[in-house]
Design a protein around this ligand. Structure first.
Ligand code: FA5
Length: 348
């Protein structure tokens, strides 16, 4: 049976609609197409409206073809919709040869980097790293280090006291890492001891370019037979050489700490002025920046730990990590390290 005109018209119309569909480039045009072709007042609906006027013998066939064509166009519409949604609307301004945008990467805090550098050197020199509590008992921070309650040395180490009313003794934020000397000796019945103790310390004091209220220290403790001041000096000199290079000047001079005898402090030549600038925030014209306190462990402390002071001797040291970092990184104000500003931190 020859095809009726209406059927031919139907096929031509749907073919054209399919052709237009494939040439559509954006979702707006696709929506317009959907309304024009598949919508309630669209092409297909209009063609179906005339079905009642068709002769009986072709009405059924026309209906079947029309339904089939609608289903095909609906499928084609869904496919085109998915295609357009997955393609950027406008690719004309995109340079696909440009390198991708790098994600922002974090980094270790400059103080963490320097603490690790310090500990790496001491690890190579045979020290074991251990840590201790930041909240300390009065007796460990002071008393057992030969600093009784009325001792003037307490003025050097004012701190933040915590509510310990439920405890037998006062508790505080430790002012130095030296309490770990005592804790370690108490828990180790026999030398040899060779430990490095990193950790945060707190001091209730005014801040300036070289003083913060929160600081990091690395404590050293060595106890063995025959340890002398020469071992202390040699260890610190080798550490300084590995940290700062052979060209930096290191000075060791006498100092006082109740838990060592004799006591020393170690300073490094000022990196910000030649020592003649009285307004220099680093050295105030002295030419030196203090890095650490140290000394030979007091024989009373060795005896208190249960070791025989006639057999064993040792040295201890406590260095400021921020001070070392300032020298290595050329930072002229210690307060930059912990005020958490990204432009400063992102330099490292
Ligand atoms: C002590 O803290 C002693 N415990 C060190 C010690 C250990 C001596 C073992 C003998 C034997 P001092 O208060 O000087 O000492 O501090 C040691 C180092 O910590 C200083 O040389 C300095 O580098 C650093 N430091 C001290 N106070 C501050 C501060 N407010 N801000 C930044 N760094 C500081």
């Amino acid at each position: 049976m020859p095809e009726h005109n209406s059927t031919t018209e139907l096929k031509t119309t749907t073919d054209q609609a399919r052709l237009r569909l494939s040439s559509l480039e954006n979702l707006d045009d696709l929506e317009t197409w959907r309304l024009e072709v598949l919508g309630r007042h669209g092409l297909l609906t209009n063609l179906m409206k005339g079905i009642g006027d068709l002769p009986n013998e072709i009405r059924k066939e026309f209906g079947q073809i029309a339904n089939q064509e609608r289903a095909n166009l609906e499928n084609a519409y869904t496919n085109r919709l998915l295609e357009l949604k997955n393609t950027p609307n406008d690719t004309s301004g995109v340079d696909v040869s440009l390198p991708g945008r790098l994600p922002v990467r974090g980094a270790l805090h400059p103080i963490t980097q320097v603490r690790r550098q310090i500990l790496d050197v001491f690890t190579r020199l045979g020290f074991t790293t251990i840590e201790g509590p930041e909240v300390e008992a009065d007796s460990y921070n002071f008393g057992k280090l030969r600093i009784p309650p009325d001792h003037p040395a307490r003025d050097m180490w004012d701190t933040f006291w915590l509510d310990g009313s439920h405890l037998d003794e006062k508790i505080l934020l430790r002012t130095h890492t030296s309490p770990m000397q005592i804790r370690y000796m108490e828990s180790h019945p026999e030398p040899p001891i060779r430990i490095a103790v990193p950790g945060r310390c707190y001091r209730y004091e005014a801040t300036d370019a070289t003083h913060e209220w929160m600081l990091e220290q690395v404590e050293l403790l060595v106890i063995d037979q025959g340890i002398t001041l020469a071992n202390l000096k040699g260890t610190l000199q080798e550490w300084a050489r590995q940290m700062f290079g052979a060209d930096r000047k290191i000075m060791m001079r006498h100092s006082y700490f109740p838990f060592v005898e004799p006591g020393v402090e170690v300073a490094i030549d000022c990196f910000d002025c030649d020592g003649s600038d009285r307004s220099c925030g680093i050295c105030r014209g002295s030419g030196w920046l203090e890095l650490l306190g140290a000394g030979m462990v007091h024989p009373e402390i060795i005896a208190e730990a249960g070791y025989d002071p006639d057999v064993y001797s040792g040295f201890a040291a406590g260095m400021g990590v921020e001070r070392v970092a300032m020298v290595l990184q050329g930072v002229t104000d210690i307060r930059h390290y912990h005020d958490n500003r990204h432009p400063f931190l992102s330099q490292f």
